[in-house]
Each structure stands twice: as structure tokens, then as C-alpha cells.
Design a protein around this ligand. Structure first.
Ligand SMILES: NC(=O)c1ccc[n+]([C@@H]2O[C@H](COP(=O)([O-])OP(=O)(O)OC[C@H]3O[C@@H](n4cnc5c(N)ncnc54)[C@H](OP(=O)(O)O)[C@@H]3O)[C@@H](O)[C@H]2O)c1
Length: 248
């Protein structure tokens, strides 16, 4: 009789540990991901080729998946790459990269259907120009927040919007480390995204939760504004950060 509560406490502890282990198994980053890339422009193709070469499964979502250009792209994106329409691209993916013009981003995300449980990397920058200069977007909410509202069951991580497409997949081109700020409300999602970014050779700077989307988007506007005033020069752009040692 006296043993029962003891055994029961051990069983309870075991159950709690098993639950913790199970939850860390969920949090663990798989060796390879299935990544849907919506948009096959500068960003989509750079990421797809590089992640494909690293062994990830790439599914391009394109408005013209049957075109010769996309067939060639698929061939150069690893052994497991494919291309389908944008609306079908998210079906098998665990991670979805939004790499279309921001003005089309919300509609393109909604077209994916129910993407609950999937991670969405929002690499887009809103670009409104007046007299050749970038102006602040008129929408009060960050684009990433509007994407999150459009797909409430998904986990939106803002990332890769402040770095040029070549520098994000070949940071050595800048002559030094490239730091990519990210923001998102789900810690596990940020870990999975961080692993993918580190595999590209990038350093990751976690700016915080969903309330920090706007900060990352502001940094994106610095990149876009700089690019707009330095045309037609081909711009490779990335941020570096330095933090003082603790206690100084
Ligand atoms: N370029 C950079 O270095 C850079 C860096 C950081 C962030 N960004 C941001 O990343 C996003 C993509 O930039 P990008 O330079 O790759 O653009 P891009 O070269 O113009 O490519 C965008 C792609 O999106 C698809 N697309 C175009 N119009 C669309 C529409 N109305 N509806 C749905 N899909 C459409 C097209 O792919 P399909 O023809 O296959 O459908 C197109 O190739 C933008 O939001 C940009 O602000 C760009």
C-alpha cells in the first residue's frame, strides 16, 4: 500500500519526462525539410537551388510550372525538386517561403488553402515609391502580421527580407559574415528557420516575437531604399551586427 503513491509519483514523473521528450522531438529540426517556394524570381530561385543542393526537397510554386524556364530551374535544384502551380505548392511542404511581390503576397498565401501547422517564411518587402523614393507603407500593420492573420493556424517567421538574393545564399560575396534578423511568435518555428538560414552560411539575429515583425520590415526598407537610390548598380546587401560583451 505504502508503495503505491511512490510508484505513482515515479510514473507521473516518467509521463512528464516522456511528454517533455515528445515535445522536444517535435521541436527538433529534421535533417531535411520539404520547402515550398512561392515565386520563382531572384529570391525563390537563389534559395531553391542552394537548399536543393543541400538535400532539401524543393517544391516551386509558379504561375507557369510547365514552362521551359521552370523545368531548367527544377533540374538545377537538387534531386528531389519539382514545380507545381502556386496554389498546390504548399500541400506537401512543412515550410513555405513567400517570395512574390508583396502586393500579391496575401492573395498568394490565401490561395494555398489550409496551411495550418506549417511554417511560413515571409521574405517580402513592401515597396511604395513616390518620385523615385521609397515611402512608408500606408498599412498600419506589418505585412507579416497580415499574413499571420490570413493564415492563423500557420507560424509566420519574418526573415530574409533585408538581404539581397545573392548575399543570402552566398554570404561570402559581401566579404564577411551576414546577419539575418528574424521575428516570429513561435519559438519552434524560429528554430527550424534558423537551422535553414545557418545552412546557407548566415548568422541569425532573433529580434523577438510577432511584435518585432515591424522592426525587421523597417530594416528591409533600409535595404530597399538604399537600392533604389543606387540604381542601376547591382547591389549586394546584408547587415552585420556587433554586440558588446556582457557586463560592459
Ligand atoms: N531581389 C532581392 O534581392 C530581394 C531580397 C530580399 C527580399 N526580396 C523580396 O522578395 C520578394 C521576391 O523578390 P524577387 O526579387 O525574387 O522578385 P521577382 O524576381 O520579381 O520574382 C517574384 C516572383 O513572384 C512571382 N510573381 C510575380 N508577380 C506575381 C503575382 N502578381 N502573383 C503571384 N506571383 C507573382 C513570379 O514567379 P512565377 O512567374 O514563377 O509565378 C516572379 O518570378 C519581393 O517581395 C521582394 O521585396 C527581394
Amino acid at each position: 500500500m505504502a508503495k503505491t503513491p511512490h510508484v505513482s509519483r515515479r510514473m507521473m514523473l516518467g509521463t512528464a519526462l516522456a511528454a517533455a521528450a515528445a515535445s522536444s522531438a517535435v521541436a527538433a529540426t529534421p535533417k531535411t525539410e520539404t520547402i515550398a517556394i512561392i515565386g520563382t524570381g531572384n529570391v525563390g530561385t537563389a534559395l531553391g537551388k542552394r537548399w536543393g543542393a543541400l538535400g532539401h526537397t524543393i517544391v516551386y510554386g509558379s504561375r507557369t510550372p510547365e514552362s521551359e524556364k521552370i523545368k531548367l530551374l527544377v533540374k538545377s535544384s537538387g534531386k528531389k525538386a519539382s514545380a507545381v502551380t502556386q496554389k498546390d505548392a504548399g500541400k506537401t511542404a512543412t515550410i513555405i517561403v513567400m517570395a512574390v511581390p508583396a502586393a500579391a503576397g496575401i492573395e498568394a498565401l490565401k490561395a494555398l488553402g489550409d496551411i495550418s501547422g506549417k511554417i511560413v517564411i515571409d521574405a517580402m518587402n513592401e515597396m511604395t515609391f513616390q518620385d523615385g523614393k521609397l515611402i512608408e507603407p500606408t498599412e498600419p500593420e506589418a505585412l507579416a502580421a497580415r499574413l499571420q492573420a490570413a493564415a492563423p493556424g500557420a507560424f509566420v517567421v519574418k526573415a530574409l527580407n533585408v538581404t539581397s538574393s545573392r548575399a543570402m545564399t552566398d554570404p561570402a560575396v559581401t566579404g564577411g559574415p551576414v546577419v539575418v534578423p528574424i521575428a516570429g511568435g513561435n519559438a519552434e518555428a524560429k528554430l527550424r528557420v534558423t537551422a535553414l538560414l545557418k545552412a546557407l552560411g548566415l548568422e541569425v539575429f532573433d529580434m523577438g516575437g510577432a511584435d518585432a515583425y515591424k522592426h525587421v520590415e523597417h530594416l528591409g526598407r533600409i535595404y530597399v531604399a538604399y537600392g533604389a537610390t543606387h540604381r542601376p548598380q547591382r547591389l549586394e546587401f546584408g547587415f552585420r551586427t556587433w554586440a558588446p560583451p556582457q557586463g560592459r
